[in-house]
Design a protein around this ligand. Structure first.
Ligand SMILES: NC(=O)c1ccc[n+]([C@@H]2O[C@H](COP(=O)([O-])OP(=O)(O)OC[C@H]3O[C@@H](n4cnc5c(N)ncnc54)[C@H](O)[C@@H]3O)[C@@H](O)[C@H]2O)c1
Length: 351
């Protein structure tokens, strides 16, 4: 099978922790080049994965004729330049989330991709989570009826660390909401098929000393009528949170724990239950026991492999891009509306 030859910009972070190991398992992708901030680091990553080329300059990697597609996984502030350069070189682009620190800068990347007519995707890899794919199908099959509300929660313990780019607004654009919330909003839109139109938020830095948020609670209203609640924290211990995903519909619900993350796994409870009439006695504990258990059929694997295989297939065969980069710009507009709402105390609209 033909393999897309990939070059990775910023290869030593999530690329090394997850995406390159996932790429190594993909049947239609091959790592040929890596770039890091210095040659010693780049060379270490190159040798680890047996890639052909190591660089300390993104443009050199992008201009290597053997590199057919570019994955940008540097800190957020440093996405735009290599992303636009990749587009200008006519190379398909997978750019990590968030694309840029502002919506305006995201749009510059999109414009470059459109102008060059290249396939472009973003790193909302949770769409490829085994449970998330099964939950989406369950909803599309109408098993939960009309979806009325949803919640997604994603947190991590992230204390003050000198020099950490995520803790510096100039480099990250924001904190828990910007870093973790983008996944949560995207997954609620993806699962329910809606697009956020209105946002209300309370965002704060309660615990740590950095200049980005460590606490974020956001409510969204989508064009399909679904109201979503999204909570993201940098100040809740890892083991104290369950990264809950909850979807409620007129015929049942999904309540999941630890399915939002970087690995397939976690726990999902699906309750299919139809009430025909109002029960004034509210005998809900009894009733729940009678609801049949519904098991989701899932096959665990590697969501980064699925992400790379899917986009490589789009590159090779022109299949639709499953996570188009345009979706990331929309999510960024939701994020910006949330920060505005937290300041203004009002419901804000987004694109
Ligand atoms: N989709 C996911 O699963 C996922 C998970 C974590 C992070 N991310 C995203 O990936 C990006 C990187 O996050 P991270 O956690 O890997 O950060 P990180 O700090 O762990 O790694 C970033 C890497 O980029 C390198 N780098 C720094 N400046 C650079 C520059 N100017 N050009 C190229 N490389 C540079 C660093 O040396 C480092 O190795 C962010 O956009 C983040 O939001 C995505």
């Amino acid at each position: 099978m033909r393999k897309v030859k990939w070059g990775v910009v910023g290869a030593g972070g999530i690329a090394d922790r997850r995406t390159i190991p996932g790429m190594m398992l993909a049947k239609n992708a091959e790592l040929v080049a890596v770039m890091e901030i210095n040659m010693e680091f780049a060379e270490r990553i190159r040798a680890k994965y047996g890639a052909k080329y190591a660089y300390d300059n993104a443009l050199d990697l992008i201009n290597n004729p053997e590199v057919e597609a570019v994955y940008v996984a540097s800190p957020v502030l440093y996405h735009v330049e290599p992303a636009i350069a990749a587009a200008k070189a006519g190379k398909p682009l997978l750019c990590e989330k968030p694309i840029a620190i502002t919506c305006e800068k995201c749009k510059a990347v999109i414009d470059a991709c459109h102008e060059a007519k290249i396939p472009a995707a973003t790193g909302f890899m949770m769409r490829y989570g085994a449970y998330n794919m099964a939950i989406k199908k369950l909803i599309e099959d109408g098993k939960l009826g009309q979806i009325v509300s949803a919640r997604s929660q994603f947190t991590c313990w992230y204390p003050d660390i000198p020099g950490a780019w995520r803790q510096d607004k100039a480099q990250s654009g924001g904190g828990a909401l910007m870093d973790l919330g983008v996944h949560c909003i995207d997954i609620l839109e993806y699962l329910t098929g809606g697009k956020t139109k209105e946002v209300s938020a309370f965002i704060d830095t309660k615990t740590f000393n950095y200049n980005v948020d460590d606490s974020s609670s956001v409510m969204i209203k989508m064009d399909n009528g679904v109201v979503g609640y999204i909570d993201n924290h940098f100040n809740v211990p890892d083991n104290a949170a369950r990264c809950r995903l909850e979807i409620y519909g007129t015929k049942g619900s999904v309540m999941a724990e630890n399915t939002l993350g970087q690995e397939d796994g976690g726990r999902v409870e699906v309750i299919l239950s139809e009430d025909k009439e109002y029960d004034a006695n509210q005998t809900r504990i009894e009733n729940q026991k009678k609801d049949p258990e519904f098991k989701l059929n899932v096959e665990f694997g590697n969501m980064y492999t699925r992400e790379i295989e899917s986009f490589s297939d789009s590159i090779l065969n022109g299949t639709p891009v499953n996570v188009p980069i345009e979706d990331a710009v929309h999510i960024q507009s939701v994020i910006e509306a949330a920060y505005r709402s937290s300041e203004s105390g009002k419901v804000e609209k987004c694109d």
